[in-house]
Design a protein around this ligand. Sequence first.
Ligand code: PLP
Length: 474
Amino acid sequence: MHPAVHTYSTSRNLEQSVLGHASEPSGVLHPSLKPLPLHVVAAEGTMLKFSDGKTIEDATCGAAVACIGYHSERVKAAIVKQWDRFAYSNSMFYGHAIGEELAAELLRGTNQEMSKVYLMCSGAEAMEAAMKMARQYYMELDPKQPQRMNFIARNGSYHGSTLGSLSMSGHVGRRKLFEGMLFNNIHRVSAAYEYRGRTDGQTTEDYVQQLADELDQKFQELGPDTVCAFVAEPVVGATLGTVPAPAGYFKAMKKVCDKYGALLIFDEVMSGMGRCGTLHEWEQEGVVPDIQTVAKGLAGGFAPIAGMFINHRVSAALTAGTGVFSHAHTYQGHPLGCAAALEVQRIIREDNLVQNVRDNGEYLGKLLREQLADHQHVGDIRGRGFFWSKLTYMKLEFVSCKKTKEPFPPSAGIAKKVHLVAHNDVGISLYPGMGTKDGVTGDHVWIGPAYTSTKQDIERIVSKVKESVTLALK
Ligand code: PLP
């Protein structure tokens, strides 16, 4: 056994059974600097096979990525076909058909609300590009607005780990070490988080108005004409965990942006490309962002690819101005990534998978509520869907006391415990989110099944979730 296992403190017995099959010391620089405990040796459908011989069901598509499962002959054939033509070309000088085909497919998916898509390799890259695009937009206008340097983002958000995207993120833990060197032109307003933000007796409308007033005030504080954009995840993922905005929230926020001439940027890296029951989450909000990023569900993990959409307003400004986006990545528009994404998007469209997400998502929410709402430590069950009934992206938030909504102390490691019990004893992978020290969020686990999941799959997943929660929190 690798000595690294001894440094874990919580639920050690459980962890040892996961970690007991640690491989040899690793040359790969993992975030933990330790070899990861288990190696995946094979994957099929939504099942992962590990180096210890165990096979478990993945109920989260990895990190909300493998949206059509871990294997597809169609996607494999599409990648090989492109490979046989050429695998790489210099995208600064030359275009290619597979990139054009993908762009056409993606823009059609926005009902032509978007004008162009820029293709990169990761969500953080897409968010960096979005920030620069917003800035460049104001430098292309006639007259230019060079004073627009500020961004307004939200608490409890996550936009990536590179310096620009981390600067936008309200992820306390990931920011901590780098606070002094993060950008100081990014300002923050409250998250739209009804469970913890809306006070007793306050209506949703009042809560939304309060948040819109706060945004308005932030514009005033900064100087309304100094703000480039308001940036938000329409359904918050990695930090607060599958928190959809209250009804009317984004319409109200857009109104404030419009009042001051600022752009609206949607980070749909995690919540987009069908995950929440429409291809783009903004379709459910009744607003169209000026800039939108997507990534995880774009190629379902078969290749690293991300995208940044710009709408016609932004595109027209660039066209009338310099005609050049001042940005570049060596691997932008990588042909193999484009081939994978195009085939995944065709499968999603042809197999009507977004409709499946909607239908079975509603069922997932219903079952989770029926089976877990009464548990003494399940404080909130949420996802996209109280109003729209489109939930395939659900989170259970755990609290020590339901009445006060008091989270467990982070030292109790509740989410990790549920995750380990689920993996070791129940045979399912759930995604743990840790409580934060400031008590803003409780521990939670989220579930994000593949878009191909049937009713029976959902029933099995919910029953395994229930078993895991009951065993871990008894
Ligand atoms: N934006 C959101 C909403 C995310 O959830 C993530 C990653 O989880 C990112 C951006 C960063 O994406 P990546 O990890 O691909 O850089």
